[in-house]
Design a protein around this ligand. Structure first.
Ligand code: SIN
Length: 322
């Protein structure tokens, strides 16, 4: 087992697959963490890309407190917004009410494989998801490791991918229930950016095959036909089972992933059951991706995501009852 621990903190890191995912034991995420715990969790996150913590009954304020120890939370969702008391908390309900300040509540369609908000110039660095109402079975989430996916390409394909740029856009999916309302909600919040197809991870220096299927629309500097076929190939490649981990949730689990080096898949099977599912997510503000050639991403549409100031985090963990 590879030991990622940097300190003598009491946390235990149990890898779940060869490349991706580790369960962390020996910690209570409701309490402020020590510097040693933060260092060991950060090191494990950079190595395993997604971490899981069981039996962590966090309330909203503890969830925000946890996130603030690892970075600056973003607003709940750049398009759908959040609520006034907890501006950082994004509600992920089975039938999502998009509690947007821009539009009336509408049903948000479930998404496919994606990396959170890569249509923005500065996609979130990390996401912290907690399961509150968890189905007894079904509703698993999957993650894939985009560094492992990069290394599994042939040297020739890696060298080619290193030179490409890709357009990521946030579009309303078609055919969705309540699509008209959804379109209205999206009108105030279209985001698009051109990112390097291979980004250099700002902390590890690793090369990441930055493919976010729901947002990645086209490759620049190649023909439309080439773009179409290459994207199909990349979509299939990045979700090869050996790069992925599948997590079976139990009540009060927390998943913490590096959004710069992973993509994930929310479950669809929950719609084939009557079980409810209510999750909450906080994302941490990210920087502008940089390619192998040192070129940063460029904005096509929309503003950079700005973090929520601490002054707007207006509830302390002890005051929170949600
Ligand atoms: C997400 O896409 O962030 C949510 C994943 C999930 O609900 O399992």
């Amino acid at each position: 087992m590879i030991n990622t621990k940097q300190t003598d903190s009491t946390i235990v890191v149990e890898p779940m697959t060869v490349h991706t995912g580790a369960e962390i034991k020996g910690i209570d995420l409701r309490e402020p963490l020590t510097a040693a715990e933060i260092a060991d969790i950060t090191a494990a996150l950079l190595k395993w890309k997604v971490l899981f913590f069981r039996n962590q009954p966090l309330n909203h304020a503890q969830h925000v407190q946890l996130a603030r120890q690892f970075g600056e939370p973003t607003p709940a969702h750049v398009v759908f917004g959040g609520d006034d008391t907890y501006p950082e908390i994004y509600s992920i309900a089975k039938f999502r009410a998009a509690n947007s300040k821009r539009g009336t509540a509408s049903i948000r369609p479930w998404t496919g494989w994606h990396t959170d908000i890569t249509a923005a110039i500065n996609p979130p660095a990390a996401s912290i998801l907690r399961g509150e109402t968890v189905p007894p079975y079904g509703g698993d989430t999957q993650w894939t490791n985009l560094v492992a996916a990069y290394h599994a390409l042939s040297p020739a394909m890696r060298a080619f991918a290193d030179t490409l740029r890709a357009v990521h856009r946030y579009d309303a999916p078609t055919g969705a229930a309540a699509a008209k309302e959804y379109d209205e909600t999206l009108k105030g919040g279209t985001f698009a950016a051109e990112h390097p197809l291979v980004r250099v991870h700002p902390e590890t220096g690793e090369r990441v095959l930055y493919v976010s299927p729901s947002f990645l629309k086209s490759l620049s500097d190649v023909t439309l036909q080439e773009s179409h076929h290459l994207i199909q190939m990349l979509w299939e490649h990045i979700v090869r089972p050996e790069f992925t981990v599948r997590f079976r949730w139990t009540a009060d689990c927390v998943a913490f992933w590096d959004n710069r080096s992973t993509a994930h898949l929310a479950p669809r099977d929950i719609f084939d059951s009557d079980f409810d599912r209510q999750f909450y997510r906080v994302t941490l503000n990210g920087d502008i991706p940089v390619g192998v050639d040192g070129r940063p991403s460029t904005v096509i549409e929309g503003d950079p995501i700005e973090p929520v100031p601490v002054s707007l985090t207006n509830k302390k963990p002890s005051e929170s009852n949600v």
